[in-house]
Design a protein around this ligand. Structure first.
Ligand code: FMN
Length: 199
């Protein structure tokens, strides 16, 4: 089982929280593969609507990693009450079925607790679009939970452990064909050919 963490910011706190969650998952089941990627460190081009198989470089890398993962944790710093533009671009790049039937956990960090529910209102609907299994119970950490780069709040660490163990448990009970537990698919969404650039 490959558990992939995607950190949607350019700095540190979110990355640290995801890293902790992945460590907890590995402590719980050391047969799993864990990896965390900070998309802020990659050079990912903007989505332009082409077939996802046609991207190159870091865009291709992140698309391929997400497709290959069995379970994922997406984390984002809160920006203007929502997830980052960087992360939105990744959701735009991946194929519509890249997360289908996969368990996905969510983590967010913010300056304060004001935007805790943005996890439910902003990020969970995306998982609905992708027909992923959103793990109930997301983790939110604010700046006071950190001492410099370290995540020091035992409460938040306990929540990250719970989230991590739930994802592993969920992934274990899924059948080989993860899509067999997905309900109605919704209308097919075709990709239109790219418009010709004006010369
Ligand atoms: C452009 C910008 C917008 C932000 N908007 C919010 C916000 O709406 N709500 C909030 O709680 N924190 C907001 N913050 C604070 C960050 O979410 C917070 O510092 C976060 O923990 C940073 O995580 P990171 O180190 O992973 O980047 C904002 C920060 C920036 C730079």
């Amino acid at each position: 089982m490959k558990l992939l963490g995607i950190s949607g910011g350019v700095s540190q706190k979110t990355f640290v929280a995801i890293e902790k969650a992945l460590d907890f998952a590995y402590q719980y089941d050391n047969s799993i593969n864990i990896e965390v990627i900070s998309i802020g460190e990659l050079d990912i081009q903007f989505c332009d609507g082409r077939d996802p198989a046609k991207y190159e470089g870091d865009a291709k890398l992140i698309i391929d990693k997400i497709i290959a993962a069995d379970a994922l944790i997406f984390g984002t710093p809160m920006y203007r009450g929502s997830y980052t533009g960087l992360l939105k671009n990744v959701f735009d790049l991946i194929p519509n079925d890249a997360l289908m039937g996969k368990p996905v956990g969510l983590i967010a960090t913010g300056g304060s607790d004001h935007h805790y529910l943005a996890l439910e209102h902003e990020l969970k609907p995306l998982l609905g679009f992708f027909l992923a299994h959103a793990i109930p119970g997301s983790v939110y950490a604010n700046n006071d939970h950190y001492s410099n780069r370290d995540l020091v709040s035992q409460e938040v660490l306990d929540r990250l452990r719970e989230l991590a163990e739930s994802i592993v448990n969920f992934a274990r009970i899924l059948p080989e064909d993860k899509t067999s537990l997905v309900g109605a698919r919704g209308p097919a969404i075709g990709r239109k050919p790219l418009l010709k650039k004006a010369s």
